[in-house]
Design a protein around this ligand. Sequence first.
Ligand SMILES: Nc1ncnc2c1ncn2[C@@H]1O[C@H](COP(=O)(O)OP(=O)(O)O)[C@@H](O)[C@H]1O
Ligand SMILES: [Mg+2]
Length: 318
Amino acid sequence: MRLLFVADPLETFKTAKDSTFAMMREAASRGHTLMACGPQDLRWQRGEPVTAFVRDITLTGDPHDWFRAEQQRPDERPQPLKDVDAVLMRKDPPFDSEYFYATHLLGQAEREGARVFNKPSALRDHPEKLAILEFPQFIGPTLVTRDEADVKRFHAEHQDIILKPLDGMGGMGIFRVGPDGLNLGSIVETLNQGGAQTIMVQRYLPEIVKGDKRVLVIAGVPVPFALARIPQGSEIRGNLAAGGKGVAQPLSPRDREIAEALGPILAARGLLLVGLDIIGDSLTEINVTSPTCFAEITEQTGFPVAKTYIDALEAALR
Ligand SMILES: Nc1ncnc2c1ncn2[C@@H]1O[C@H](COP(=O)(O)OP(=O)(O)O)[C@@H](O)[C@H]1O
Ligand SMILES: [Mg+2]
């Protein structure tokens, strides 16, 4: 098969931890052909299919100098997306306007016959923080608002709260405010920009000290091990990007309950790969753009995540 990865610049990959690289390595080991481009390489013109300027790549086996590209110039080889077997959209957030436009170009490619994973319309329909609103039975007390008074009422009720921007990632812009309410006003002003930005507020979940668990769901089926990302020192953020320590562990019965309830629903919408974030017994995020943690889970448990994913991709294409 010919696989096109739409991703961040290959030169920035840390291959030891990169889930997209793990997918590429597994695909290459099965004899599939690899191509790569970025969202900026996508184009459409009336009368032509959606096309990307791609690089044909092979893997070297060296963790640093890890790929060889046939093309040197970026605009050397236009590739109609409809003529590859699968397009894997693996661009990392932020989900900004350019991300949004890319999902539209990929959606047009689908209309022309391309197979795109995850499905572009489903990427748009599941903003990673707000997607949990659909599943209130699995989340903790949560408020979505622009209004400062609303946040203050929520704080008065719950005492210990977390505030977050809706477009953050990697722990960016996450604040905790305890019972003394210290800094609450300034934090709301900073995050809601004087009422211009919608924010999410949640009751602080004390189980975070045991980790923010990443549960991967592939074709609707949970990977049996989660990666608990445990905040270090005085940090409240478990994100690996914020220095969290990743510890793989079997799914708890509740992790499994949440993953088995959401898995089939999300898979039916074209989300072949989903990363649920669960703190204690509460779902906090549904990651759909470019879920990670393949390498850490496989390294610590032996469970072959990339193999499971490529199996699911091949099955979806049959
Ligand atoms: N309700 C909460 N209770 C306790 N900690 C939280 C809560 N929500 C988020 N956090 C902390 O903040 C981190 C980042 O929050 P998250 O909602 O996952 O946003 P991001 O997209 O930045 O990963 C989590 O890993 C966790 O450590
Ligand atoms: Mg998170």
